[in-house]
Design a protein around this ligand. Structure first.
Ligand code: PMP
Length: 392
């Protein structure tokens, strides 16, 4: 039977990894896959994660099953991290999930029982549409990014969402938009909340980079603002980046209901999605996160490690913008300093991206997305020179 099958198209980002590995040029630069890198190019295990793992190994008494929502203690600990200490916690239910992807998957599966359509920003992380399609949601794109200014086109976004139908699902990036790095301002979030309420739209906020933009609480501002105003909403969060536990597959899905009772029923429905998808989430990463969040000293130390990552990205953004200023004598790349998180679109065509790879050994996604954390300080000028050269 398998002879009938056709191979799916290769994943663009993952195929960059192997192309980069095979490149023998010593000065090659990897700005492809979306993992944080330190100044040496490594994606190390955080010290606080190592300590939590030591404690886990020493104290764990059983590996017996939890329920479909994972470890209740993890779920309790993660709510204030995302929603803050003033959260309407009686209306919020949390489930531990296999990464942010697992959370998106069960939340979209759940939402597909209530609604038929999802609005996804253009552009967005590729898996958003893929998961939505898998959940049999009809995908509509709303304009988000203005390539001419490299900033959010909020009027166009609003105009598109004004036309959405009551009950439609709207996917939003909580912070550090992937792939553009362009986020809404607080005023825009607040206006968006008005629109979501007025049009009776169901927000699904994806928070995958909390702590990589302006800080842990600052990056959750949008989620917390929406939670304080919307009657219902869904949130998918990821611990992959901010705890650096990518392959341990840790995240959370949240439902905010009008009442505690409604939230509980919704949670039970989301659990059914988990049950048929993977039964229950893996424990290790969530246990590590729980240990860190429950221990005051470890929590403070983790925040310091996260701040080191965040400020390295901010420094690189500033360095890049300044280097482009010097080289081009213009403010055309100042957006790099204003955008947030690991990603920005550098504004090259697919052709130019391929040239950067073949002529300069610079690996970036074909749409021009760069992972800024992949740069080392002393590579900034080389990178800028190459970009200016291919853009002509
Ligand atoms: N959302 C966005 C926007 C992402 O970029 C990613 C990771 N690339 C995720 C969700 C999911 O991350 P994970 O499943 O690894 O936690």
């Amino acid at each position: 039977m398998f002879e009938k099958l056709q191979a799916p198209p290769p994943d663009k980002i993952l195929s960059l990894i192997s192309a980069y590995a095979e490149d023998t040029r010593p000065n090659k630069i990897d700005l492809g896959v979306g993992v944080y890198r330190d100044e040496t190019g490594a994606t190390p295990v955080l010290e606080t994660v190592r300590e939590a793992e030591r404690r886990l190994l020493a104290t764990q008494k059983t590996k017996s099953y939890f329920g479909m929502g994972g470890d209740p203690a993890f779920c309790r600990a993660i709510v204030p991290l995302i929603f803050g200490t003033d959260a309407p916690s009686d209306r919020i239910r949390a489930l531990q999930t296999p990464g942010g992807s697992g959370a998106l998957s069960i939340l979209m599966g759940f939402a597909a029982k209530l609604t038929k359509r999802i609005h996804i920003p253009d552009p967005s992380w590729g898996n958003h549409a893929a998961i939505a399609k898998h959940s049999r949601l009809e995908i509509l794109r709303y304009p988000y990014f203005d390539a001419a200014t490299s900033r959010v086109n909020f009027p166009a976004m609003k105009a598109a969402l004004e036309k959405a139908e009551a009950g439609d699902l709207v996917l939003l990036h909580g912070c550090c938009h992937n792939p553009t790095g362009a986020d809404l301002s607080r005023e825009e979030w607040s206006e968006l909340a008005d629109l979501l309420i007025e049009k009776k739209l169901l927000a699904l906020v994806d928070l995958a980079y909390q702590g990589f933009g302006d800080g842990l609480d600052e990056d959750a501002w949008a989620v917390r603002h929406l939670a304080s105003r919307l009657p219902e909403m869904l949130v998918a969060s990821s611990c992959s980046k901010n705890f650096g536990i990518y392959r341990d597959r840790t995240g959370a899905a949240f439902v905010l209901g009008k009442t505690s009772q409604e939230a509980a029923v919704a949670e039970a429905q989301v659990m059914m999605e988990a049950r048929t998808g993977y039964s229950m989430p893996p424990d290790h990463g969530a246990a590590v996160v729980r240990i860190i969040l429950e221990d005051e000293a470890l929590y403070a130390a983790w925040r310091a490690e996260l701040e080191t990552m965040r400020s390295r990205i901010a420094d690189l953004r500033r360095g890049l913008a300044e280097s482009f200023r010097r080289r081009t004598n213009s403010a055309a790349y100042d957006f790099l300093m204003e955008s947030r998180g690991m990603f920005s679109l550098i504004g090259v065509t697919e052709e130019q991206a391929k040239r950067l790879r073949s002529e300069f050994g610079i690996y970036l996604v074909d749409d021009g997305r760069i992972n800024i954390a992949g740069l080392k300080e002393d590579q900034i000028d080389t990178f800028v020179e190459a970009v200016v050269t291919v853009k002509g």
